[in-house]
Design a binder for this molecule. Structure first.
Ligand SMILES: NC(=O)c1ccc[n+]([C@@H]2O[C@H](COP(=O)([O-])OP(=O)(O)OC[C@H]3O[C@@H](n4cnc5c(N)ncnc54)[C@H](O)[C@@H]3O)[C@@H](O)[C@H]2O)c1
Length: 284
């Protein structure tokens, strides 16, 4: 299917990044958010990043202007009626996503594909909120979207081949590498990454070594660009805990139990970089 116009729902760090790469790749993009402040912040962030790309010589002045011209903000989900595809990147909350998909199903034209950028919630269940489960799919971008090359393309139980192919081709058009993944808790990326991070936290909890030393082991010993505890701080410890709980509940296997130290930090409000304190301190 030929995609001309898309809507991105949620203008936070992921939604704004997705809108940016889509507008740069030649698609007309409507960016929607329930919060006007988030929408303004999202659009301003895109303009700033496009300007920086221009200054670095990665984008011509013409291409920057064309991308800006293709981007518009929207204040109602009803605007989905003019779109061929919607990519939802609102908060990671099943009730909110189900409600958004129910409305999108009502407003979007019959041919439109509805995609979610969820990092852990089941696509099959989100699809069941609509009358077009064959046109619902996961499109899991990585953060920061303009930089990271991977897109996990997640097939729900009823996702059609045509929907899958359209989304896969879109990922290529966005200069990303799509990887096909089936709909199981954590998909592939977080199923592998989060237990590693959780194990690193157990190693701190059990006194195996300090956070700095564990990160050094993984950087120098495994050639990881960033240690698991620093990465956890960057992702957000609340998000890490949430994903471990999705894995634990989804598989019913005790190997995914979240480390008590992770729970303790989250309860204390130590959520990592965003709150200034996690396994490392980011104050000042
Ligand atoms: N942060 C990451 O590293 C990352 C990576 C991959 C996927 N994701 C997923 O992307 C999604 C968004 O994450 P984020 O990091 O951008 O979060 P964020 O908090 O930066 O942005 C979420 C945005 O959703 C908006 N929102 C809330 N309810 C809404 C509604 N009903 N309709 C429209 N907008 C609504 C909020 O106002 C906010 O602007 C989540 O599902 C998350 O799991 C996040």
């Amino acid at each position: 299917m030929q995609l001309n116009k898309i809507m991105v729902v949620g203008a936070g760090q992921m939604g704004a990044g997705i809108a940016q790469v889509c507008a740069t790749a030649g698609l007309h993009v409507l960016l929607y958010d329930v919060s006007e402040a988030s929408l303004k912040k999202g659009i301003a962030g895109i303009q700033k990043r496009l300007q920086r790309a221009l200054e670095k010589g990665k984008l011509t002045g013409e291409a920057r202007q064309a991308a800006v011209n293709r981007l518009a903000s929207s204040t109602t989900l009803e605007d989905a009626q003019s779109c061929d595809l919607v990519i939802e990147a609102a908060v990671e909350n099943m009730e909110i996503k189900m409600d958004i998909f129910r409305q999108l199903d009502e407003y979007a034209p019959g041919h439109a594909i509805l995609a979610s950028n969820t990092s852990s919630l089941p696509i099959t269940e989100i699809a069941a909120a609509t009358k077009r489960p064959n046109q619902v799919i996961g499109m899991h971008f990585m953060n920061p979207v303009p930089v990271m090359k991977l897109v996990e393309v997640i097939r729900g139980l009823q996702t059609s081949n045509e929907t899958f192919e359209t989304v896969k081709q879109l990922a290529v058009r966005l200069e990303k590498t799509p990887v096909e993944v089936n709909d199981y808790p954590g998909f592939a990326a977080n199923r592998i990454l989060m237990p590693m991070i959780n194990e690193a936290i157990y190693a701190v909890y059990e006194g195996v070594s300090s956070p700095e030393d564990i990160d050094t082991v993984m950087k120098l010993g495994m050639n990881h660009p960033m240690g698991p505890l620093q990465l956890a701080d960057f992702i957000g410890l609340d998000t890490c805990l949430y994903i471990m709980e999705v894995l634990h509940e989804g598989f019913g296997d005790s190997k995914y139990r979240p480390c008590p130290l992770l729970r303790k930090y989250v309860k204390a409000g130590w959520l990592g970089k965003k709150t200034g304190q996690g396994f490392y301190s980011y104050q000042g």
